[in-house]
Design a protein around this ligand. Structure first.
Ligand code: MN
Length: 133
């Protein structure tokens, strides 16, 4: 079974490199986009197992990008996790209401990050189901 494919949508090069390096070190495959539009197009083309979505992106808000993904039947079922420095309780609630599958606060907890990402992956869920049988 192929390792999970993670789409990182992040416009900050330092954050992008950190996320990519940590995920690749832990065996994930990664693809990346620096704008929401690029991320939406890449998601439809590559069908990743999970999308890590920054909220402040140059072309649109990550919440708006999420709704674009949900409106396209090809990408509607892909788990999308908000990765953001907006970490107040009201922010978390806003992301939950918007329909994100999860939330990762920046700065990321690098030790917990790979397992958190894995827990949101579509393939991880199906592997767990397969293991239970
Ligand atoms: Mn950003």
């Amino acid at each position: 079974m192929a390792p999970p494919l993670v789409l990182i949508v992040e416009d900050n090069e330092v954050n992008l490199k950190l996320e990519r390096d940590v995920l690749q070190f832990h065996g994930f495959r990664t693809i990346e986009a620096r704008t929401a539009a690029e991320g939406i197009a890449l998601a439809a083309e590559q069908l990743p197992d999970v999308v890590l979505m920054d909220i402040r992106l140059p072309d649109m808000d990550g919440v708006e990008a999420l709704s674009c993904l949900r409106q396209d039947p090809r990408t509607a079922g892909i788990p999308v996790v908000a990765a953001t420095a907006y970490s107040m309780q009201e922010d978390r609630e806003r992301f939950q209401r918007a329909g994100f599958d999860g939330y990762l606060a920046k700065p990321l907890d690098i030790r917990a990050f790979p397992n958190e990402v894995r827990s949101y992956c579509r393939s991880a869920a199906s592997e767990e189901r397969a293991a239970e049988v």
